[in-house]
Design a protein around this ligand. Sequence first.
Ligand SMILES: Nc1nc2c(ncn2[C@@H]2O[C@H](COP(=O)(O)OP(=O)(O)OP(=O)(O)O)[C@@H](O)[C@H]2O)c(=O)[nH]1
Ligand SMILES: [Mg+2]
Length: 332
Amino acid sequence: MPRKPKSPGVSDFVDGIRRRDRTILGRALTLVESSIVAHQEQAQEILTELMPLTGSSIRVGITGIPGAGKSTLIEALGLHLLDQRKRVAVLAIDPSSSLTGGSILGDKTRMTHLSRKEDSFIRPSPASGTLGGVARKTRESMLLCEAAGFDVILVETVGVGQSEITVRSMVDFFLLLQIPGGGDELQGIKKGVIEISDAILINKADGENELRAQAACQELKMALHYLRPATAGWQVNVGTCSAQTGQGIPELWEMIQSFRDKTVASGGFQSRRKEQASAWLHSAIDLELRQRFLENRSIVEALPKIEEAVRSGELPARAAADRLIQVFLSQS
Ligand SMILES: Nc1nc2c(ncn2[C@@H]2O[C@H](COP(=O)(O)OP(=O)(O)OP(=O)(O)O)[C@@H](O)[C@H]2O)c(=O)[nH]1
Ligand SMILES: [Mg+2]
């Protein structure tokens, strides 16, 4: 009977990722995405060993309504970066995928060229979980990609729920992609998204859209005049581009590099990363504690009755939570 191949151990993963082995990287990302406890533990060990190799990429978030051209832009920017001898990884956060079972990068159709290149790596959004869970997986995937030597990490997200804020919390540079003539309301730009963006590009500035795109750009520039920048010391950049023709794509990369140079020089780059790392820790504590609490056997037993008492108005929620926490603490 043929022997089942031995599954790789932590050191196999660590060595493979150091060697930039894409197959091993893919398998490590699968561990990160897995909900099996043993896989998650293994993923944490791998990540811990690889931490010294992380942090040297530039992390870029890209948002915009469905159809704004995010994937097309990522393809164009990605190919430009490959020309510049950069290695590019593309990740996605798609809060809708847990509902539809699909994924914004699932088809990869907009990235056919990029997905075939040796120096790029495209990973669709983990298809299940809460936004918090998906965010954790994406952050950890980003670290693994960095350890595997990717210089630029592009994170695509569609503007649903809190996903833009979540992506902003894990990237250095945040780009909002708009389309001409949409108007903020039509584009579903929620309050606050413009305020967290380092650049806003009006995409599809080609053909008969070009003039409309330029007009939209001027309007936006005026509106943004008094806006506080998302990143201290960085004036929000507003412009047009065409992901289809490639107009504005080299300039976008120039802009990102200039952003990095400026913020590294001012210290803002490093301090934002530190703040983000602290925030990750606190959200990890929230997630982990909650999960362990809800899985605790005594809590599983006690919760329905106490919850019923809250639902019927017999017990205030806070007092109920305190009781449950007492039960939990006496168990651990
Ligand atoms: N004319 C023109 N069409 C574009 C441009 N960029 C994207 N498109 C088209 O717009 C459509 C949507 O592009 P995508 O790149 O899939 O948009 P997306 O923002 O990734 O969409 P979701 O992933 O569904 O949120 C496709 O038909 C593209 O070919 C552009 O610069 N000019
Ligand atoms: Mg897309």
